[in-house]
Design a protein around this ligand. Structure first.
Ligand SMILES: [Mn+2]
Length: 335
């Protein structure tokens, strides 16, 4: 039988060997999403099944709607606890250590492992398992587990399925491949329930979340002849709708969903700082490179940015100009 990840097979075997007999903390990123939590839970399960003492740790709490992925037997501990227990860190879904915050980057200067699918990942760990064409970190983990013949229990299967389903936009985004579907099918065989996943992930919204969406939709504006669409979440909108930053996940997809829009953007103002999300319909737009101009990064089709010490009045025109320039450049290259 041929491997799904032949190029990572030996590195995964080395990471498993290095984990044996150690106390491990599986680290995820700030504002964790389905791929992050799902991958953390699954890797912790795989390690625990091999007798490794593994826990999880994030700079932010597990989001409410992802709580169903975390069994009570699997602790998410604080950074202080992980450090006090002298745990070795395996980072998942983190393009760099700072995605897990500066505190985590400082605490783990050279992590034991790094499993990720972001383009900008600089291989910052002792054992690096990075595959950028993969649609999700969970896809890499599912493939590695299958290649290594590791048993996948129902908790790990649910985490991996949720990670793949969310990072592919429910099997729609460009990185979705035949391998993605094959692995999803094997996760169903291992106990993942797609109907339950769909319900938990997409049909347990709060009323406030839809009010937040309403505010975002009412702010949408287009430029570059309708090829760029930008929406705003102004200061105070979370308080006004009884929501929090977890609830802004996915809103930017509505900006991109309009016919003719090539890049959608969300800009939010919170505690005086500006944050943005960019989503493109094609990898040609390389929104990770646009984000890099604004202290950010990510994938070719999905990236995030930050702007400190700037106002919306100065920031928005700069972002708009960068987005318009990019759609013009891609259009010119296609002609
Ligand atoms: Mn991911």
């Amino acid at each position: 039988m041929s491997f799904l990840y032949p190029q990572l097979h030996d590195a995964f075997a080395r990471l498993l060997a290095a984990s044996a007999g150690r106390r491990v903390v599986v680290v995820g990123h700030a504002r964790p999403d389905g791929d992050c939590i799902g991958s953390q839970v699954a890797l912790a399960c795989l390690l625990r099944a091999r007798g490794v003492d593994a826990v999880c740790c994030n700079p932010d709490p597990v989001p409410r709607r992802l709580g169903f992925l975390v069994p009570s037997s699997l602790p998410f501990v604080t950074l202080e606890t992980a450090l006090a227990e002298r745990r070795d860190a395996i980072f998942v879904d983190c393009a760099d250590r700072n995605r897990a915050s500066a505190r985590f980057a400082e605490a783990f200067p050279r992590p034991l492992g790094n499993i990720d699918h972001h383009l900008s990942n600089p291989n910052y760990a002792e054992h690096n398992l990075v595959d950028t064409p993969s649609a999700a970190t969970a896809e890499i983990l599912a493939g590695l587990a299958q290649d290594a013949g590791l048993p996948i229990d129902t908790v790990a299967a649910a985490g991996l399925y949720a990670g793949i389903a969310t990072d592919t936009g429910q099997f729609r985004f460009a990185a979705t491949t035949e391998r993605t579907f094959r692995l999803a099918a094997s996760l169903l065989a291992a106990g993942a329930d797609p109907a339950r996943m769909g319900l938990e992930l997409y049909e347990r919204e709060t009323f406030g979340k839809l009010q937040l969406l309403q505010r975002f939709l009412s702010s949408l504006e287009t430029c570059a002849d309708g090829r760029v669409c930008i929406g705003l979440l102004p200061e105070g909108v979370y308080e006004e709708t009884g929501t929090n930053t977890e609830d802004s996940e996915g809103l930017v997809d509505y900006a991109r969903s309009i016919d003719g829009v090539e890049i959608g953007a969300l800009v939010e103002v919170r505690k005086g700082a500006l944050k943005g999300s960019l989503r493109a319909k094609s990898a040609d737009y390389r929104v990770d490179l646009i984000a890099a101009q604004f202290n950010g990064g990510g994938h070719a089709c999905a990236a995030g940015l930050n702007a400190k010490g700037e106002t919306l009045e100065t920031f928005l025109p700069r972002l708009r100009a960068a987005l318009v320039a990019r759609v013009e450049a891609v259009a010119a290259a296609r002609r």
